[in-house]
Design a protein around this ligand. Structure first.
Ligand code: NAD
Length: 354
């Protein structure tokens, strides 16, 4: 069993901890937090050992037992996943190095903080045995999963993506916009293109970003000029075979992120999480060598399985991406409860209550 510590128990950290918990080869060594807020009580309720990132007093005052400090957590962990806010991971890097504990950072950190920027489908092997990895952001993860099979099968001459981004996560009450549509960032390309190039260094990609008043999901409008000329049906079939891409069948009547989230809540997903890229099947269109499609990305969830694969890569327990991805997906339930794009019922056996 790999003992995995999670430092930072917020939007990403709590999901990652729950994903570690269901893996057959991993256990949660504990979670570190700064404050005894509602998420600390959830950690306690789940039975995760709670470690104090910033002193134990606030937890003592709130009557929440702590098992030690963040140093103790790092010492007891085989791998630490740092899910603290952007920039805090960089400040924590020396802690992990001092304890000689492999560490995984998140997309809010600069790429040069880690040995490798990571996406399981695109470059798992590069992280095998590394000391540190950075799981790229939700948007970069979504684009990497899509571009990897396209590059392998057809070659990519140029990608152009407009990212219509959620203004905030549901719990981020201080962010916006609440009544506007913002070019964000105004500069072109947005930072997303260069971030995708940390995964595919030779990829030609231009990105434009916007922010809109929703907390549900990001939506990408994608145009990829391929090096060869497959049919729409061939591309559809290629993408349908990818375990972390869900092709939304037209028959479901899902017109946006609201119904998508409702669908995954109905399907029994924890927190209604959508770990897969959601591609509108009827949007997949090839004209000459140009591919067009729309996809939605659940910002709180798509990086979660990637963190699990990064643990296996760093710890050198599973040398193959395919094996790790399959193991992660089966344990977590990626694909579970979602119909195939041709309308057939389930992609993975249903285990509604695990
Ligand atoms: P968050 O604010 O929801 O959670 C961070 C948690 O870390 C909070 O509980 C906070 O109290 C805690 N924390 C703060 N300082 C700490 C410290 N010094 N030690 C331990 N814990 C500390 O943030 P998040 O949205 O989960 O983001 C975490 C990382 O994941 C960031 O790098 C972010 O860019 C990245 N990410 C976020 C999203 C998203 O949409 N939320 C998607 C992909 C990647």
């Amino acid at each position: 069993m790999l003992h995995v510590g999670i430092n930072g128990f917020g939007t990403i950290g709590k999901r990652v901890a729950d994903a570690v918990r269901v893996q057959p080869d991993m256990t949660v060594a504990g979670v570190a937090k700064r404050s005894p807020n509602f998420e600390a009580t959830i950690a306690d309720d789940r039975g995760y050992d709670l470690y104090a990132a910033d002193g134990r007093e606030p937890f003592d005052e709130a009557d929440l037992a702590t098992a030690g400090t963040v140093h103790d957590l790092i010492e007891t962990s085989d791998v630490v996943i740092d899910t603290t806010p952007s920039g805090v991971g960089a400040a924590n890097a020396s802690l992990y190095a001092d304890h000689d504990t492999p560490a995984i950072f998140q997309g809010g950190e600069d790429a040069d903080l880690a040995d490798v920027s990571f996406n399981a489908r695109a470059n798992y092997e590069k992280a095998v045995g590394a000391d540190t990895a950075r799981v790229v952001s939700c948007n970069t993860t979504g684009l990497s999963r899509l571009l990897a099979p396209l590059k392998e099968s057809y070659g990519v001459e140029k990608s152009r993506v407009t990212l219509v981004r959620r203004g905030a996560d549901p719990g981020q009450t201080g962010r916006g916009p609440i009544n506007d549509t913002l070019p964000d960032p105004v500069e072109i390309p947005s930072h997303h293109g260069p971030d995708v190039q940390t995964i595919f260094p030779d990829l030609d990609i231009d990105t434009m970003g916007m922010k809109v008043p929703t907390t549900q999901m990001h939506t990408h409008s994608v145009n990829v000029t391929l090096e060869s000329e497959p049919t729409t049906e061939e591309v559809t079939s290629l993408l349908a075979d990818e375990s972390r891409l869900f092709l939304i069948p037209e028959t479901l009547g899902i017109d946006g992120a609201g119904k998508l989230k409702e669908y995954t809540r109905d399907a029994g997903r924890p927190r209604g999480d959508v770990w897969e890229n959601c591609i509108w099947a009827e949007s997949i269109t090839v004209e000459g060598r140009d591919l067009y499609l729309f996809q939605a990305i659940h910002q709180e969830a798509d990086v979660v399985p990637e963190n699990i694969d990064a643990v296996r890569a760093l710890s050198e327990r599973t040398a193959s991406a395919e094996k790790s991805i399959r193991r992660t997906d089966e344990a977590l339930g990626v694909g579970r409860g979602l119909v195939e794009h041709d309308g057939s019922p389930q992609r993975v056996d249903s285990h509604a209550d695990d």
